[in-house]
Design a protein around this ligand. Structure first.
Ligand SMILES: N[C@@H](CCC(=O)N[C@@H](CS)C(=O)NCC(=O)O)C(=O)O
Length: 198
């Protein structure tokens, strides 16, 4: 199994987290975004969208971090704990995967990209407002729960964790969100948890 990735990407970090939780061996192929390696003709054959992460497994190339999380959990988690298949539980998890891909990507992830890599064309005021709106939703949800869905960590938590944990890099303080902070601390206690740069 190969993961085309770069260390500072939160989307790639989601995949490294699940691979670690599942104790799976894989090879990391580093893709240099500054050199636009994700837009070469060769890379576009792996992902026509020209983005990382991309997972190669059993001759298949899978892109989008949320899709890769689903694929890995369904294929390699024998107990189906990370992505339970009971209809309502699965549906709730999908809600959070779409939240990560849409709301978190356009707010916390955008704010981080603005400050960390000076990514152009980001409306930082809007991204900041939307970051706090997103965090308020997550904080409210976690007031009565330990995990986003069900009684244990799932791929919903993995999909939302990186850009919330890295909020400070986008100048978003987490002080007003104590339930989010408690959830981050719980997540970091999971067996085989890894930091972004491990
Ligand atoms: N929805 C995708 C977004 C992937 C994405 O935005 N990847 C970034 C790195 S975090 C990227 O490849 N950026 C370079 C580009 O878009 O050219 C996912 O969740 O994987």
């Amino acid at each position: 199994m190969k993961l085309y990735n770069t260390v500072i990407s939160g989307n790639c970090y989601k995949i490294r987290l699940l691979l670690s939780f599942l104790n799976l061996d894989y090879e990391q192929i580093s893709v240099n975004l500054l050199h636009q390696e994700q837009k070469t003709a060769e890379f576009l054959k792996l992902n026509p969208l020209g983005q990382i992460p991309v997972l190669e497994d059993q001759g298949r190339y899978i892109h989008d971090s949320q899709a890769i999380l689903c694929y890995l959990a369904k294929t390699y988690d024998a107990h189906q704990l990370w992505f339970p298949q009971e209809t309502i539980t699965m549906t709730r998890i999908l809600e959070w995967l779409f939240f990560a891909n849409q709301r978190i990507a356009s707010s916390l992830s955008a704010a981080r990209a603005f400050y960390l890599i000076k990514k152009p064309n980001i409306d930082i005021e809007h991204a900041t407002v939307m970051s706090h709106a997103s965090l308020a939703v997550v904080n409210q949800h976690l007031k009565t729960r330990h995990w986003l869905v069900g009684e244990s960590a799932t791929i919903a938590d993995i999909a939302c964790y990186p850009y919330i944990a890295l909020a400070h890099q986008g100048n978003i303080e987490l002080d007003p969100y104590p339930d989010v902070q408690a959830w981050l601390a719980r997540f970091q206690q999971l067996p085989h948890f890894i930091e972004l740069e491990e």
